[in-house]
Design a protein around this ligand. Sequence first.
Ligand code: 3PY
Ligand code: MG
Length: 257
Amino acid sequence: MTAIPSFQERLAAKGHLLNGYCAMPGAFSAELYAGQGWDAVTLDLQHGLIGYEAAVAMLQAIRASGVLPLVRLPWLDPGLIMKMLDSGALGVTCPMINDAEAAERLVRCCKYPPRGERSMGPIRAAAIYGADYPEQANRLTSVLAMIETAEAVENIDAIAAVQGLDGIYIGPADLAVSMGKPVRLEAPDPAVEAAINHVLERVTARGLACGIFAPSPARAWALVERGFRFVTLSSDARALVAQTSAWVRSFRKLAGG
Ligand code: 3PY
Ligand code: MG
């Protein structure tokens, strides 16, 4: 196997990782997006419009960029975890991990025995990463558990103690909803911000990386300065809308209307 840096090794080398979500299905858009300098790109199979076959083509398309190819699962689905890792994803992010038992199940789905119960058959992963992929896979495949409910915040110490997690990733929108607060990603409600800080503090104290979603570069950087080490800066769909609407607005202004 040519040396492929894992999530942990990339983090150690860079201090923090900048991630972008691909929510739009399609190899070409993913190829363009991944080529813009990200450290990691996550195919969003939860809220993005991406199914399994599109995801495989997108993993192929983003390979040339050298980004860390990750997948956000729709849910804790053992079959899909296996298929995405076999397809060459080098890590998964799993939504709604609310207790240690769910975190343990997640890790077991992602790791080969003895740590886990992933089935052997890395059809594309071994073809592109090397024949020794099975021996390297437990090191290479990162596991991020999403904390995005009040219950998960309550259980953060037990969740973060599960062996094999590479990090904890906060979903600030769902967290706000779960706490009965408005979704304000740029400036969360103080109670949501306090919960975010609590998770960051507990996870960092355990020596794990803490990640989070951010809607803008300013918020993403402020979160890194606060100690977050894996930050998702919005998505391809939001970038397309933002740039396109700014261009059309500029043109309309020049045209006087
Ligand atoms: C959330 O904010 O709930 C998310 O899932 C962000 O990725
Ligand atoms: Mg969420």
